[in-house]
Each structure stands twice: as C-alpha cells, then as structure tokens.
Design a protein around this ligand. Structure first.
Ligand SMILES: [Zn+2]
Length: 83
C-alpha cells in the first residue's frame, strides 16, 4: 500500500501477531483498530515479563543532579516498531 500522508511505499511487517505497515519515507504507521488493541496487550505483556530488555523509567528524586545514564535498552515493546 502507499502512505496516505506522503504517498511513499509502505512495507508490512509482523509484530506480535499484528500486521503493521510502515512508511519508508515518513515512518508513519498504519494498522487496523483491532490490531491496536492487540499491540496494547502485547505491550502490557512485555512489561509484565520485563527482563533484561526492559527497565522502568527512572524515578525523579530531589537529590538528583544529573539524568541517569541512558542504556541502550528498549523501554517499550512499541519502540521496536521503529527499529
Ligand atoms: Zn509516509
């Protein structure tokens, strides 16, 4: 299919059993409404079984002077859409 925003070609990939089309130019994502719910469930599962590939967002505390060092880890399942 072509991107409804910029008319570029979109490539389809499967993520967690959900078919997602992504624009090669503007990175727009197209998916069906039911698939959005499936992705949300996959996201929740991802955090429920969080392991070495995920970490909670850092908690902001009063004595924090610098942002915590960032790690090259995926914070959410949805992020993998943009790999
Ligand atoms: Zn596009």
């Amino acid at each position: 299919m072509t991107c409804p925003k910029c008319q570029s070609a979109m490539s389809t990939r499967s993520l967690g059993g959900v078919s997602v089309s992504r624009c090669s130019s503007c990175n727009g994502i197209f998916l069906e409404r039911a698939d959005l719910g499936n992705l949300v469930e996959a996201e929740n599962d991802f955090h429920q079984h969080s392991g070495p590939m995920t970490e909670p967002l850092p908690r902001i505390t009063e004595d924090m002077t610098a942002p915590p060092p960032s790690r090259p880890r995926t914070r959410s399942y949805i992020e993998t859409l943009f790999d």
